[in-house]
Design a protein around this ligand. Structure first.
Ligand SMILES: *Cc1c(COP(=O)(O)O)cnc(C)c1O
Length: 363
């Protein structure tokens, strides 16, 4: 069968492996997943309660205006409801951004290594991809490339902080950069981990209200999958000026988010205790990963997220990940990004100690 010819150039997204499947495959009692940057403390307790209390609504289509959650996000960010769109994960809003702005005659720009979904959605449309030589965000190099191909580049992705490398630009660098970009180019600020970066260093904090008041060509993306512990509920959001949100709405299928996801996200947003516990423990535990790397001469980039990426010289990341998998520990091999590296999500104290125990043996 003939398919859309652009599909030939796409490598299917490789997801973190599933705990139950691995347990079955290797006959293991315990499997620890440090592969998809989920919240190691589980579901926000308030969200869990909301899911249980609203389970009886599962037979109904959700409120497609999503006004309860939109209003809560609008209040949180001090913007209007009209500035918000909710998606089945912020992934879906990445898709909207690409489809709203690009076609096969256009291009988008990103740093050398960033979130794989940008490229996948773009390539579906035959969009050209420009990447900097620098793997991490280098603002000068991004601008040089933009200047060179500005007639083609109609979307720029800034992942702040960056998945899968963990680094993060300062807010001032970001604002200075956007200032220099034409208003017809859409800048997507992917803030999937921005709460983690802001907690560690307030210079990394991106305030969506400030962003959209200042620029008409920017969309800020947030997700409930990481900090809020709702990866399985598939819910995220975008914040932008009304003109951008209206354009995205033309791409949206009705009822794109489930009613239980909406209720869970609404409850999670105010689960202050859970949020604080997650952020605080994340960076306390991160320290052990940094110390382990130093002790074992493994290179890493300082991370502003809930994961850390280890780079290897002689050892092979595929080999290391496979050996760990057999011991019931799932981490993310980054060979598919062209890197001899692994990304490890920061787990609970127990999960991390199990990782160090097994990893020390095979390393
Ligand atoms: C996890 C992640 C997302 C979105 O995740 P959803 O589960 O689709 O909300 C977006 N961008 C980056 C960089 C991510 O790591």
């Amino acid at each position: 069968m003939e398919f859309n010819p652009f599909l030939k150039n796409i490598k299917t997204y490789e997801s973190g492996k599933d705990i139950e499947l691995i347990a079955k495959e290797f006959g293991l009692k315990e499997v620890i997943k440090l592969a998809s940057n989920e919240n190691p403390y589980g579901v926000s307790p308030k969200a869990k309660e909301a899911i249980i209390n609203n389970a009886h609504l599962a037979y109904l289509y959700p409120d497609d205006t999503m006004s309860e959650l939109k209003q809560a996000l609008a209040d949180k960010f001090k913007v209007q409801k009209e500035n918000i769109i909710i998606g089945s994960g912020s992934d879906q809003i990445i898709e909207y951004a690409i489809h709203a702005k690009l076609d096969h005659s256009k291009a988008y720009l990103q740093c050398g290594v960033s979130f794989a979904m940008y490229e996948i959605y773009a390539k579906q449309l035959g969009v050209k991809v420009y990447k900097t030589q620098s793997l991490i965000h280098d603002i000068d190099e991004l601008y040089e490339l933009y200047k060179k191909y500005k007639n083609d580049i109609k979307v720029i992705f800034l992942c702040l902080p960056n998945n899968p490398l963990g680094e993060c630009l300062d807010k001032t660098q970001v604002f200075e950069f956007i200032e220099k970009i034409d208003e017809d180019c859409l800048i997507v600020i992917d803030g999937a981990y921005n709460e983690f970066a802001s907690f560690k260093d307030k210079n990394k904090h991106i305030n969506p209200q400030e962003l959209i008041n200042k620029f008409i060509n920017v969309v800020y993306l947030g997700t409930f999958s990481k900090l809020y512990g709702l990866g399985g509920m598939r819910i995220g959001y975008g914040v932008a000026c009304k003109e951008i949100i209206d354009a995205f709405y033309k791409l949206r299928a009705p009822f794109n988010v489930t009613n239980l996801s909406l209720k869970a996200a609404y409850a999670a947003l105010n689960d202050e205790e859970f949020i604080f516990k997650t952020l605080k423990n994340n960076f306390l535990q991160m320290k052990f990963f940094e110390d382990f790397a130093k002790k074992n001469k493994i290179s890493y980039i300082e991370s502003y997220t809930n994961f850390i990426t280890y780079f290897f010289d002689e050892k092979n990341s595929t080999d290391l990940s496979e050996k760990l998998l057999k011991k019931g520990i799932i981490i993310r091999n980054l060979q598919s990004y062209g890197l001899n590296a692994v990304r490890i999500s920061i787990g609970t104290e127990y999960e991390n100690s199990r990782f160090f125990e097994e990893f020390s043996k095979i390393f």
